[in-house]
Design a protein. Structure first.
Length: 161
């Protein structure tokens, strides 16, 4: 497990080959195969690094999709970026690395939410492509999508693939 700023700076140097996933956490209707189509499209754009926030059904399904596609595309990498160390609900075997970009101790709900927003911003800043699945543009996913559009990332919508 990595927690170092050096790793994040290395990812930033590879922005043109990096994508992130953005989706509402409760999108239980999404299937791994649906996301795989979007991931393959990103791979065809030259994407080799996939960043995942690991919070919710969409993120878990996206992790499984990338993990499954590693058989066909062994050069792709999957990184889980967690906003706080106490988060334990993930399967580390689906990722090449688990990253903790913040060392702050979580003392309150506001620090917890703040770290999620800061983590999402770091993922957007490190990527050139966003793979999205949105049922609603409210909440954290909506804010991250708005920031993604502001930064001019290429957007691949799973619903359109």
């Amino acid at each position: 497990m990595c927690c170092c700023a050096l790793f994040l700076s290395l990812i930033m140097d590879e922005r043109d080959i990096t994508a992130l996933f953005i989706g509402n956490r409760d999108c239980t209707e999404i299937k791994t195969e649906d996301i795989e189509k979007a991931v393959i499209k990103a791979i065809n754009f030259g994407i080799r690094i996939f960043l995942n926030g690991g919070q919710g059904y969409f993120d878990r399904t996206a992790a499984r999709a990338v993990h499954h596609l590693k058989e066909r595309y062994p050069d792709i990498k999957s990184y889980l970026m967690l906003p706080y160390r106490t988060f334990k609900n993930y399967d580390a075997s689906l990722y090449d690395e688990v990253i903790f970009p913040f060392e702050e101790h979580i003392e309150s709900y506001y620090t917890y939410v703040g770290n999620i927003h800061k983590r999402n911003k770091k993922m957007v800043d490190a990527a050139s492509v966003a793979i999205i699945y949105m049922r609603s543009t409210t909440g954290g996913a909506g804010k991250t999508l708005a920031y993604t559009k502001k930064k001019g990332l290429t957007i691949i919508d799973v619903k359109e693939e």
